[in-house]
Design a protein around this ligand. Structure first.
Ligand code: GPV
Length: 826
């Protein structure tokens, strides 16, 4: 039953001269250019096309194998897949990186320049979308039958520019010049209905029949993105749906002289997959967003059912053996009533039978406890867009309420808490409740988070269905996040523990015995130094100033959110600046604070914090009194490909969320894997990282979840900290002056206000002193070169647990019950 360990040996054999020939052939025959005229972009496309020959063979073999074996498969439903670039990954996973490098070299072209031509595929916001990308990498690597389902956004996450310190959003256009990886599958187009009304009919047998008469029909066009497993055997696909007008022309409107109005419907259909909502962890509440969610779920379910019927006809009895659907948060939760609709209204199964199938097919992952991220849809909106689904949700709820009454007879309070419908001014549908009720398994994404899901978010559900709520700690793919992004460290590791650690990450533990070895420490830190030089060059290119690579590279990279507390780091940076101004001999090792963060375009305070970081950076970087010791670099347009450059160069990893707020974090794992030492709170997966590396190899500070709760219960007063701690007072007051924003006093005042007058929800001031002390410990530790090298090595050595292969193994064994299906030659 368990997922087999993937095979290391390569199936694909193409040598350098064949690769060269293929690239040149594609320059000529696919791109219509030649070796003399081609620019790097053309070389990139030609190289992708040469790879794509191997990839397509892999897809064909994989699909044939899965079909012949009639395998059970997991269907990963996610509104986001943050894939990043694919060429380097596909070359690595096929074992063709060196072949391609040599081939291009002989053609007078640099592979690393060519790789830089690829636009990131940024069809996601942050951690949740990148997790989906790591998971499908692991699924293919472990030769598991799997398909990712999502939306083919025309525009992914916005491109961030910084102008005068402020974030400006620009549209992302990742496929403006064509995308060489995606394969259009017009033979699998689906139609999706929207709007309209429900007719109730009475069948011959007295059975009530519901018929949905939709007002609009849109087409879903599938684009397949190949997902190459490490070793190049299994190549799964990510299937993304693009919306198009159905061509269903509204002749009534047309004949009434409304030619333009009739065309408007086309525009609306194509709007559905136009753009990714850039809000991370905030419910949008917008009609188009709900339509996006339903659109991709309906297309995907039809696709799954078409494939099932090809093998099993109208016999639904084996559906639950063949299909499991993982819901990546509640974004695809509408798939639950949609499957009910198909089974009850279309296949004419009776309700109990249909519900029995549904509740054995769906599993749900919760990624947050933040109330503003828990999706709720106005019942009126659902009624308008999906009238039949709202009826089905009411029916699900009605039956569920009876079950609740059996367990807690007459308890209306518990019913109100558990109901899918939240009564109030406006009736709301709680998608989290629907997901828990309609799934056979529910998981959180780190031990602490899963415990809080059980204790705080869904306690009664846990009592009602013991064992349904569980934990699967997140993970990251070591292929992208070490092997590909940090080749120097990878080669050093190969020499010490062998080359199969990308498949068996626990093998990194073999490094532990060298942690105290001076020679190895030197080699390890030399690699870090090289990577810091590469990042320094990037900083110079992007921001125009030099940074000292002997300084501590202190990195905080993640979406900008108050709960992630970039402003805590900012206050501390301002305090260091102040200490240096007050005492030029203030003893600290030089440090470069490096940030990458996008703010949701409508999140005012998040944008203010970006502005403040940039303004403080300007001042510090240009102040000769301090800039030998202190620099701040905010790198614009943080994205997967930039993360791949920042992570290998980090000495310190900032993971400083308010305890209880970061469900897991995954950047924390990537940074530690690359030898960065964490300064962090006891939150999310930091706790499990601390367990792995040991207390001596991590800097833990701040309030625990229990202490946070106690402090809030006893009435937290941020002003107490302001008056008690002169440094806090000084830096907060500094924000109100025009020191950092000459001529514009008060331009940074909103941060101070949020921390004092608006109650400091995330306890920045309460944790300030502990953070500042922990940073002094970091400084002290770094100055002891041997101690630091040892810590860094142990961090890399102990990250085995956090491979996404382990997460997937957990899902496979405890939730999905899948078998690996090895793909062979031929
Ligand atoms: I809900 N997460 C995210 O990136 N976007 C969201 O909309 C939601 C959650 C993140 C969590 O914040 C991280 O702690 C977690 O590591 C990640 O999801 C993957 O589980």
């Amino acid at each position: 039953m368990s997922a087999k360990k993937p095979n290391v040996e390569r199936d694909v054999t193409i040598n350098k001269s064949e690769f060269k020939a293929a690239v040149v052939r594609h320059l000529h025959c696919t791109l219509g250019t030649d070796e003399n005229k081609a620019n790097n972009h053309a070389w990139w496309k030609a190289t992708c096309s040469a790879m794509q020959e191997q990839v397509l063979e892999g897809i064909r073999k994989t699909q044939k194998t899965h079909y012949l074996n009639d395998t059970r498969a997991v269907h990963y439903f996610s509104a986001e897949f943050l894939m990043g670039r694919l060429l380097s990954n596909n070359l690595q996973n096929f074992g063709l990186f060196d072949v391609a490098n040599d081939a291009l070299n002989e053609l007078g072209v640099s592979l690393s320049d060519v790789l830089e031509e690829e636009p990131d595929m940024a069809l996601g916001n942050g951690g949740l979308g990148r997790l989906a990308a790591c998971f499908i990498d692991s699924l293919a690597t472990m030769e598991l039958p799997a398909i990712g389902y999502g939306i083919h956004y025309e525009h992914g996450l916005f491109r961030q520019e910084i102008q005068g310190g402020a974030q400006i959003e620009r549209p992302d256009s990742w496929r403006d010049y064509g995308n060489p990886w995606e394969i259009c599958r017009p033979e699998s187009i689906q139609e999706v209905s929207l709007y309209g009304y429900v007719e109730t009919k009475y069948g011959e047998n007295g059975r009530i029949q519901k018929e949905w008469h939709p007002g609009h029909i849109v087409k879903g066009i599938p684009w397949d993105i190949p997902v190459v497993g490490y070793g190049g055997k299994t190549v799964n696909v990510l299937r993304l749906w693009q919306s198009k007008s159905s061509g269903y022309f509204n002749w009534d409107v047309f004949n009434a002289g409304g030619y333009v109005d009739a065309q408007v419907e086309n525009v609306q259909a194509e709007t559905i997959s136009k753009v990714l909502y850039p809000n991370d962890e905030t419910e949008a509440g917008k009609e188009l967003r709900l339509i996006q969610q339903y659109f991709f779920c309906a297309c995907s379910l039809k696709d799954i059912i078409r494939r099932y019927k090809r093998a099993h006809g109208d016999d639904w009895s084996r559906f639950i053996d063949q299909v499991v659907i993982q819901l990546n948060d509640t974004h695809p939760a509408i798939a639950i009533p949609e499957l009910m609709r198909i089974l009850v209204d279309r296949a004419e199964l009776d309700w109990d039978q249909a519900w029995g199938i549904c509740t054995k097919v769906f599993a749900y992952t919760n990624h947050t406890l933040l109330p503003e991220a828990l999706e709720r849809w106005p019942a009126r909106m659902l009624e308008k867009i999906l009238p039949r689904h709202l009826e089905i949700i009411y029916e699900i709820n009605h039956r569920f309420m009876k079950e609740v009454d059996k367990k807690w007879p007459g308890d209306n309070a518990v019913k109100a808490r558990l109901s899918i419908i939240e009564e109030g001014n406006e009736k709301m549908v709680r998608m989290g409740h629907l997901s828990v009720i309609g799934s056979f398994a529910v998981n959180g994404v780190a031990e602490l988070h899963s415990r809080l899901v059980k204790q705080n978010l869904f306690p009664e559900f846990d009592a009602l269905w013991p064992g349904k709520l569980t934990n699967v700690t997140n993970g990251i793919t070591p292929r992208r996040w070490l092997k590909a992004c940090n080749p120097a460290l990878s080669k050093l590791i190969d020499k010490k523990v062998g080359a199969d650690w990308p498949l068996e990450l626990k093998k990194l533990e073999g490094l532990e015995k060298y942690a105290g070895n001076k020679t190895f420490q030197k080699q390890f830190m030399q690699v870090k130094q090289q990577n810091k030089q590469l990042l320094a060059a990037e900083i110079k290119e992007s921001l125009g100033f030099d940074v000292d690579t002997n300084a501590i590279f202190d990195v905080q990279i993640k979406r900008l959110h108050e709960y992630k507390r970039q402003h805590l780091a900012l206050l501390h940076i301002m305090a260091l600046y102040r200490r240096l101004l007050e005492n030029p001999d203030y003893d600290m090792h030089p440090r470069v604070f490096i940030f990458g963060a996008k703010a949701a375009p409508g999140y005012k305070l998040a944008k203010d914090i970006i502005y403040a970081i940039n303004k403080v950076a300007d001042k510090i970087n240009n102040d000769a009194r301090v800039n030998q010791k202190l620099k701040v670099a905010f790198l614009p347009n943080y994205r997967v490909s930039l993360a791949e450059k920042m992570i290998p160069a980090a000495d310190v990893s900032e993971q400083i969320s308010t305890a209880g707020k970061e469900a897991s974090g995954t950047g924390n794992m990537k940074l530690a894997l690359n030898g960065a030492v964490t300064i962090g709170t006891l939150d999310g997966a930091n706790i499990e990282i601390a367990e792995e590396v040991g207390d001596d190899n991590i800097f833990i500070f701040g309030l625990t979840v229990d202490e946070v709760n106690e402090l809030k219960a006893s009435g937290y007063k941020p002003y107490d900290y302001y008056y008690k701690n002169p440094e806090i007072k000084a830096v907060l007051d500094w924000l109100e002056t025009d020191y950092f924003t000459p001529g514009k006093p008060g331009a940074l005042a909103s941060i101070k206000q949020s921390l004092l007058d608006h109650g400091d929800q995330y306890l920045v001031l309460a944790d300030y002193e502990a953070y500042s002390k922990a940073q002094e410990e970091v400084d002290k530790a770094y100055r002891d070169k041997e101690r630091w090298a040892k810590m860094a090595i142990i961090n890399t050595a102990k990250m085995g647990k956090f491979t996404s292969d382990r997460s997937i193994r957990d899902y496979v064994e405890r939730i999905w019950k899948l078998n690996a299906c090895p793909v062979r030659k031929g």
